[in-house]
Design a protein around this ligand. Structure first.
Ligand SMILES: [Fe+2]
Ligand SMILES: [Fe+2]
Length: 218
């Protein structure tokens, strides 16, 4: 209600500045009720409602992925695998980049980013191998989500969105391939404590580099 009176007051002041007449005043009141007068933007996005909603969903999915990998990192740390913990920590950073790219994109298309709650994630894994197997399973799900987004953009003939999504399509090929490599490497040393120690040391060397769309955006 207070918001309405503030808007009405602004509308009234505006109508006086613009030379008072009743039509103008009524028009300003309607404008104020719609709350446009106190926002800077008065135009709306060219994205379709369903594509806008689907990209918002994807932002949530990327943040959930980040949370999942952070949870794996913490579990690995708790079990003494510092290198594995580092590997998943970098993965956590990468997933946040993915969300960041999509948020930048929505903002650039005048579409509001709506953040939703991030669902709970698993916190315990029986082995490092199981973590990597779950990583691959999860990345395949993400690939299908990205494919679905690309299909909507294609149906909408939204070429800018299609173009933006090409980076994500390529990224998913890499994500799945890396997860497969990690399954292979970790299963190769499954019952070998020294092998696991060596692999852990190797994974400690993984370094985070910002995703290319963010590097070029800054
Ligand atoms: Fe991602
Ligand atoms: Fe990913």
């Amino acid at each position: 209600m207070a918001q309405f009176f503030l808007s009405a007051y602004i509308a009234f002041a505006y109508s006086i500045i613009k030379k008072f007449d009743l039509t103008n005043f009524v028009f300003c009141i309607i404008f104020a009720i719609e709350n446009r007068i106190i926002t800077l933007k008065t135009y709306t996005t060219m994205l379709s409602e369903r594509l806008h909603a689907a990209i918002n969903e994807q932002i949530n999915a990327e943040l959930w992925s980040a949370y999942l990998y952070l949870s794996m990192s913490m579990d690995a740390e708790a079990k003494g695998y510092k290198g594995v913990a580092n590997w998943f920590y970098v993965q956590w950073q990468e997933e946040q980049d993915h969300a960041h790219i999509l948020m930048n994109y929505l903002n650039s298309r005048d579409a509001k980013v709506v953040l939703k709650p991030i669902a709970e994630v698993r916190t315990e894994w029986d082995s490092v191998q199981e973590m990597f197997r779950e990583t691959l399973r999860h990345e395949k799900v993400v690939t299908s989500l990205i494919n679905n987004l690309a299909a909507i953009a294609h149906e909408d003939r939204d070429f800018a969105s299609s173009n933006m999504l090409v980076w994500f399509i390529d990224e998913q090929i890499e994500e799945e391939s890396t997860a497969r490599d990690m399954i292979f490497a970790s299963e190769a040393v499954e019952c070998d404590k020294y092998g696991m120690y060596q692999l852990d040391k190797e994974l400690a060397a993984r370094v985070y580099t910002p995703a290319s769309p963010l590097a070029t955006a800054e």
